[in-house]
Design a protein around this ligand. Sequence first.
Ligand SMILES: Nc1nc2c(ncn2[C@@H]2O[C@H](COP(=O)(O)OP(=O)(O)OP(=O)(O)O)[C@@H](O)[C@H]2O)c(=O)[nH]1
Ligand SMILES: [Mg+2]
Length: 328
Amino acid sequence: MPANLTPQYRAAEERYRAAPTAAAKLEALREMLAVIPKHKGSEKLQADIKRRIARLQDESQRKRPAGGPTPAWVIERMGAGQVPIIGPPNCGKSSLVAALTRAEPRIADYPFTTTQPVPGMMAFEDAQVQLVDTPPVTREHWVEWIPDLLRRADACVLMTDLSLVDPWEPMTDILDMLEGRGVLLGEASSEALIDIQIRTLLVANKSDAAEAEAKLEVVQRMAGDRFPVESISVLHHAGLEALRRSIFATLHVVRVYAKPPGKRSDRRDPFVLPAGSTVLNLAEHIHKEVAQKFRFARLWGRSGVFDGQRVGPEHVVEDGDLVEVHAG
Ligand SMILES: Nc1nc2c(ncn2[C@@H]2O[C@H](COP(=O)(O)OP(=O)(O)OP(=O)(O)O)[C@@H](O)[C@H]2O)c(=O)[nH]1
Ligand SMILES: [Mg+2]
């Protein structure tokens, strides 16, 4: 029996998908449960929502550290990955988060507007990436918890401002200071004591500024092989769609769709796995038991030679693959 879901329910479900924190997800789930039409056809869905509520409540209980409250900069990871936006004052970090997500950080034409991290979910096709707006950092004004935030992140957007006389200068400061705290951004080797290296996309904002093209060339030359560079103008909405894709690519993950044997699939709700993951890794994500009883899989997609190809547990999946796991 179809569940006959109402627009009100759909709206709550949409909020659930885009929720940037566990608390927001819980709130949306509770709303979904409250407004879902209560009849036989929706029983399975109601049970599923209750399960999700229970799981989220469970997780939030467990994650709370023993000693005191969680610091404000600890943002619970959501979606395909967590990506902080780091950069000097006034470069447009909050403007970017406001343009790509539903978050509403404060934006102003004076520096040091942002003081707390603000998460927002960015849609890229059928995936969601968690962007985190952060306070500005300079040599004189250093935010102590930024390295900790980066250590927990999956990738980073390092932002500069093409309206500055020298847009590379703040990059040098930020990179030096992070390196001094054991955090290395981008593809570089370092003699310093580094405890973490983070995939980083360099974003040059304000491509509408005077002489932006010449300045971008300088930025690209300085970035060299260390960072891919994207140039955008949040103000003019230029380059933002390409940027969504580049941010997703920086995460180095693949979207894989699973379907039960014999069922049709509409390639919805991908599992997001680290690039290089195998069919068995996917099975582990579906359920522990599916992985334990794994027999073989059938595969449709880029990593296969033909549709419905039979593959073993070690087969490496690619973005967009559809996998039918046979277990038991
Ligand atoms: N010309 C131009 N101005 C922009 C662009 N993007 C943002 N701005 C302006 O730059 C100013 C600063 O924007 P914010 O988004 O607050 O910058 P921020 O990096 O978050 O600033 P802090 O939080 O103080 O570090 C605002 O006046 C924005 O309107 C752009 O692409 N071009
Ligand atoms: Mg800001």
